[in-house]
Design a protein around this ligand. Sequence first.
Ligand code: M6R
Length: 613
Amino acid sequence: MCGIIGVTGAADAVPILIGALHQLEYRGYDSAGVAMVVDGGVWRARAAGGTNSVSALAELAQDAPTGHAAAIGHTRWATHGAPTAENAHPHIDCTGRIALIHNGIIENHAELRAELVAGGHTLTSATDTEVMAHLIEQGMAGGASLTEATRSMLRRVRGAFSIAAISADEPDTIVAARHSTPLVLGLADGMALLASDVPALIGHTRQVFALADDELAVLTPGALAVTTLDGTPVEPELLTITWDVEAAQKGGYEDFMSKEMHEQPLAVADTLLDRRGAGGELILDEMRLSPDDLRTIDKVFIVACGSSYHAALVAKYAIEHWAKLPAEVDIASEFRYRDPVLNERTLCVGVSQSGETLDTSEAMREAKRLGAKVLVVSNVVDSSMARAADGVLYTRAGPEIGVASTKCHLAQIVALEVLGLYLAQILGTQPVSVTNEILNAMEVLPGLVTEALSRAGEVDQVAAKLTDARDFFFLGRHVGYPVALEGALKLKELAYLRAEGYPAGELKHGPIALIEPGTVVVGIATRNPLWEKMMSNIAEVRSRGATVVLVADDGDEESAAAADHVLWVPPTYPLLAPVVGIVPLQQLAYRLARLHGHDPDRPRNLAKTVTVE
Ligand code: M6R
């Protein structure tokens, strides 16, 4: 998730861009850059200053030219290519006369890059974005306008994008378009503006127009012309924004947690983007570990903390089932203080949203010392763990600001399951037809998560009935067990309620003594081969007076008959079910936190990133 901004017709464009980039920093801050048409060419400044990239850019741009020509700016959340100044946007073409910014992921960038290089273009970054500037260059060299060349370029790229391009040949024009990622436009005082999100525009206008998917806009001073990608005119319908900047950064949601829960479909979709080759096979180029490195692996160890640990537990089932490799999962803070048995045939996978959690990074250091190959699954590009590891697989959830992990947890499950399938592909443990079937099922997960999210009102009704409850058990079997652990963690950290996640079959070995009337048992009862056994465990707690809430597949009346309340979810492939099944439990914890008067973005005693032991 990056932030983009553009303005044409401003008396002094660069300060407007920098101010807007500060408002967009919540979308990423790995690097920042601006470009503007000046004196028949393109002037550009870029900086990669860690969390202070926009401020570093402001320093660099102190002597920026003034003028009211077209100008664009970008703040980056790195996906393809390290967070360096060379990879910072805007990207330019070979002539230096075209500049382009992009939020999203271009899936077919590798083949386009190869084609451009073979055609004599020189690309200077490792990004997926740069190919677009060169494709526009090709079109304009053939006599097309910036608009026409952008249209042709968009016919060639596949993936998700909001883009804006400028050219020295058309000094006042910005051409912008979107597919899957957001872009808003506005008019103010002889200017036309664009941005990824409303906060960047609020200081200039409260009348905005949200570009729809597959629409293209041409911005000139004080004017917007919108068409579909194939050229049919669209009449912009302006919205009036009444939020303040902080509310706007939350995208109109009450808090970051709500916003991030709603970003989950996109986080899942982006994490899956560009992982498949032309024949449908998995290609994990970014991973740095080659198929040959992985072919010798005979054991997988996964280490993580908190929600990342729960995602790792789901992966254990997937890796053992698909890749037929023994997979052990350990809490990072325990791992290095026992004597884990690892060697050069072990793949140790660290899972960390931040890539900075001390317990996990130290566990990975220990694994490396013991000779294991070390891979990190991280959301933050070039995080400490990503730099220290032999390989890296990025989740692409964008910055997660809420302390409770939501969208990153889903993206981690998906990334780890992709890893499981990739190992199966390398080791030949599954027929291609099976991996294809699972990947196809993964690709529809964003839609199922959207559907699950749309039922928040029903979850709220259940939460309202549980306001007085103080003791919760979350039970699951198979991959439902990590879902139970995660559901309990969410309830503890957000609503400060006692909640225990437990493997349902283990309850009878002790904890069932705690079940009494008033205890709430939340069971993960989505269908899998252990569903019948799960339902027996539910009968055991029900007969002891527990109030039973079940997460069940749509239409499963047999499950519903055993519950006091049902949280319905759309069904999916059993090993993928945690991606959908956790959604109502996040919502339940969120709503109970609100009902108890707690701010879900700032749970007490917690920090987003834990860098102490
Ligand atoms: O950044 P990490 O993924 O390494 O963080 C791990 C845990 O601290 C984190 O998942 C924590 O449990 C969250 N607050 C859970 O919502």
